[in-house]
Design a protein around this ligand. Structure first.
Ligand code: UD1
Length: 429
């Protein structure tokens, strides 16, 4: 895949024939939710950055285009055994994030902080909602205002200016991942110290802190809910390797849980997904960390369990569609509660088309496991929902066609080929 997005790329289907047991080793790629933020962080200082273990997915191509819109150049260096993303940030950047790109991926809002830190101003298109409801940015705005940023909104753009960023104490109402990241990337260049309280603790934020510190930032408390940032006058470019994608790893564990078999998810970090592993253990899987990643075994029909999403280290909201798919064929009834996003149950209608017995009411889904699902034409509404349908299809009789699979490609580098490597019958068509 090039780093540029092909707007003509047509919709594709993932075709899955259920029934195969999964065996072998599957390698997890770099974390999407980290790579996108690390790419945004490069805007903070001139120079050439080499980012290793960046996943070759559509969202990375979109972020590459967003960096190019500021004047950067971005390409893959394929000279070594693994491709490296090379980003050249010029001495002067244009602090603008155009609508055409922002509307395609919400994570683009994280360029706001670095642009403000670097240029004292930014013009970023207002992100819209998406398939799982409105996703406001009020906490980003409130936090950055504490740092001296002034905001004006007109013609669908946020115009932010901060000629003199200054450190401040910011207490987040909720540990928002995006707001924590924007605040961090602004605070590293603010005058004086910033304290971010009730910060998000996701491993992807710790990864961002690591790159920022390599660039000369002074951040303490990485991985905790209080981040201390001492602003510095200057930052410089650095190289970095992206952490493994815990959501992709979770996808393969769930695939194993529903299909049965024995799999090693190479590169996965058990510590980044301990709560999920515990939950899957409760449901009857055997999971343990090993030298290569995570080893897992699923011997028969899983047992139901109640699941509730929470900020890290709780069960990630991104895991929820996979858990619902697993519960769809587990023995008993499981209640799933969504505590982060509203309306993140659209894929449930698709699972019902495959014979799942699921009732939803506001933030809850009651999943009554059935013995077997049946293959059907279904539609992917977003990245994780699409992956959940693929997981469910592995345990369905006959063929399932997951349409609009381009959503899945936003977050997975060839999921079909990877699952085929374990013996599953999955192809793009
Ligand atoms: C990131 C992840 C996403 C994950 C989510 C929660 C990326 C690219 N995406 O999204 O996969 O599901 O974290 O772990 O990293 N909120 C507000 N106001 C704000 C900001 C957030 O009300 O200013 C609300 C959101 O609507 C949501 C909750 O806070 O209900 C959590 O959002 P947040 O943690 O910010 O998620 P993202 O950073 O958008």
């Amino acid at each position: 895949m090039s780093t540029s997005v092909d707007p003509s790329s047509s919709e594709t289907n993932l075709v899955v024939v259920g029934g195969a047991r999964l065996e072998g080793t599957i390698r997890v790629g770099g974390a999407k939710n980290s790579a996108l933020k690390l790419m945004a962080a490069t805007l903070l200082a001139e120079g050439t950055y080499r980012l290793a273990n960046v996943p070759r997915i559509t969202d990375v191509a979109l972020m590459s285009d967003l960096l190019r819109a500021t004047g950067a150049s971005v390409h893959w260096d394929e000279s070594g055994p693994d491709a490296v993303l090379v980003i050249d940030i010029p001495a002067v950047i244009e602090p603008v994030a155009p609508y055409e790109l922002v509307e395609q991926f919400r994570a683009s809002i994280v360029v706001l902080g670095p642009m403000l830190a670097r240029c004292g101003e930014a013009r970023v298109a207002l992100p819209g909602g998406d398939d799982f409801g409105p996703r406001p940015i009020d906490m980003h705005v409130r936090g950055l205002s504490e740092l001296g940023v002034e905001f004006e909104t007109s013609h669908g753009y946020i115009h932010a200016s901060a000629p003199n960023l200054r450190g401040a104490r910011v207490l987040l109402e909720f540990p928002s991942v995006g707001a924590t990241e924007n605040l961090l990337m602004a605070a590293v260049r603010a005058k004086g110290a910033t304290v971010i309280d009730n910060a998000a603790r996701e491993p992807e934020i710790a990864d961002l802190c690591e790159l920022l510190n390599k660039m000369g930032a002074k951040i303490e408390g990485s991985g905790s809910s209080t981040l201390l940032v001492e602003g510095v006058e200057e930052l410089h470019c650095a190289d970095h390797t992206v952490i493994p994608d815990r959501i992709e790893a979770a996808t393969y564990l769930a695939a194993l849980g529903i299909a049965g078999g024995e799999v090693t998810v190479e590169g996965a970090r058990h510590a980044h997904m301990a709560m999920l592993c515990q939950k899957l253990g409760e449901m009857g899987m055997r999971i343990s960390p090993d030298a290569d990643g995570i080893w897992a075994f699923a011997g028969g029909r899983l047992r139901s369990s109640d699941c509730s999403t929470l900020p890290y280290p709780g069960l990630a909201t991104d895991f929820k569609p996979f858990l619902v798919a697993l519960l769809a064929t587990a023995e008993g009834v499981g209640i799933v509660t969504e505590n982060l996003f509203s309306g993140r149950f659209r894929y449930v209608d698709e699972l019902r088309r495959m014979g799942a017995d699921i009732r939803t009411d506001s933030h809850h889904a009651v999943v009554r496991g059935v013995e077997r699902l049946s293959g059907a034409p279904v539609k992917a509404h977003d990245i994780r929902a699409g992956a959940a349908l693929v997981i469910a299809a592995l345990a369905a009789d006959g063929e399932t066609v997951v349409s609009e699979a381009h959503h899945v490609a936003r977050g997975y580098d060839d999921i079909a080929a990877k699952l085929r490597g374990l013996g599953a019958d999955v192809r793009l068509a």
